[in-house]
Ligand binder design. Structure first.
Ligand SMILES: Nc1nc2c(ncn2[C@@H]2O[C@H](COP(=O)(O)OP(=O)(O)OP(=O)(O)O)[C@@H](O)[C@H]2O)c(=O)[nH]1
Ligand SMILES: [Mg+2]
Length: 278
């Protein structure tokens, strides 16, 4: 089949067959190289932290099912205000770790911005959450991250400062944003603007819009990093391939020399016998 008739998916599949290390990078390339896609905001965090509730509030749609138990088990999205709001299953709740894999895929492949959610009533961030934040920040090709502390209506006002101080010490580069989806919903239903303001949702929305304003520039930068990483892997393969070619060539030369030596010896013996016979 002529190369121009081969889809990017087919090319990716064949390339991954030959260079398995390239698979995650090629998938990321494919995900980033889609300018027609709306910017993606992924809600990421432990189960029951309030991811689905928050995305319903941010999108002003009742798109995601909310429950007081482990509920979301697949990545889902809704489009509102030109944004793809992406809900993910809760982390560290599924023994098979399938849920975690799905959530991480959404965060690394589909997100321009990750909202890392933490239930403020649980106190400081746990090691799992710190690790997840570290992984997201580990590569230049990663998404932007906002740290969002949820369910603030459930914590007495005087308990907030100590927890905030702890979290600010844990992740000094990520000033947390405080929200209550429940307060927002109550404010919407009762028409009380003060409740809506105190929910922290309008402030979070403003921060999200701020981040998404530069999403397409950031995507181009991330794409450049991914391409560089792909090129680095390919050049390592090229070096290994050329070393193998040199080794094979050296073996060929050695083999030829040996055959020539054996032929010369045979010729010498044949001449010797003929001389004796003649
Ligand atoms: N008090 C209070 N409860 C909340 C808030 N946000 C969510 N909840 C409740 O917390 C529970 C879990 O909310 P979800 O939005 O389903 O949480 P989730 O993170 O999507 O959970 P999984 O899908 O299981 O990962 C539900 O009972 C919600 O009503 C909040 O701001 N305040
Ligand atoms: Mg959910």
């Amino acid at each position: 089949m002529p190369i121009e008739h081969v889809s990017i998916e087919q090319l990716t599949c064949s390339a991954c067959h030959v260079f398995p290390e390239l698979e995650p990078l090629l998938q990321q390339y494919q995900a980033l190289a889609q300018p027609e896609l709306q910017p993606g905001v992924v809600a990421f965090g432990q189960y029951n932290v309030g991811k689905s509730s928050l995305l319903n509030a941010l999108s002003d749609k009742d798109a995601f099912k909310v429950a007081d138990k482990r509920e979301t088990s697949a990545n889902q999205h809704v489009i509102a205000d030109g944004v793809r709001w992406i809900d993910t299953p809760g982390l560290s709740a599924d023994i098979s770790a399938r849920d975690d894999t799905l959530a991480r895929q959404a965060a690394t492949m589909q997100a321009d911005l990750v909202l890392m959610l933490h239930n403020i009533t649980n106190g400081e961030l746990g090691q799992d959450q710190l690790n997840a934040l570290q992984q997201l920040a580990a590569t230049d090709a990663g998404p932007e991250v906002l740290l969002v502390l949820t369910r603030i209506d459930e914590l007495a006002q005087d308990q907030q400062p100590a927890i905030l101080t702890c979290i600010e010490q844990q992740v000094p580069s990520l000033p947390p944003l405080l929200v209550s989806s429940r307060r927002y919903q109550a404010g919407q239903e009762s028409g009380q603007d003060l409740l809506i303001t105190l929910s922290g949702i309008p402030e979070l929305k403003a921060q999200i819009n701020n981040q998404l304003a530069s999403a397409s520039i950031r995507r181009t930068q991330r794409l450049r990093v991914v391409v560089q990483q792909i090129e680095q892997i390919l050049s390592r393969y090229k070096i290994r391939l050329s070393a193998r070619k040199q080794k094979i060539r050296a073996e060929q030369i050695c083999c030829h020399a040996q055959i020539k030596q054996e032929l010369d010896e045979l010729r010498r013996q044949a001449c010797h016998r003929l001389e004796l016979a003649g």
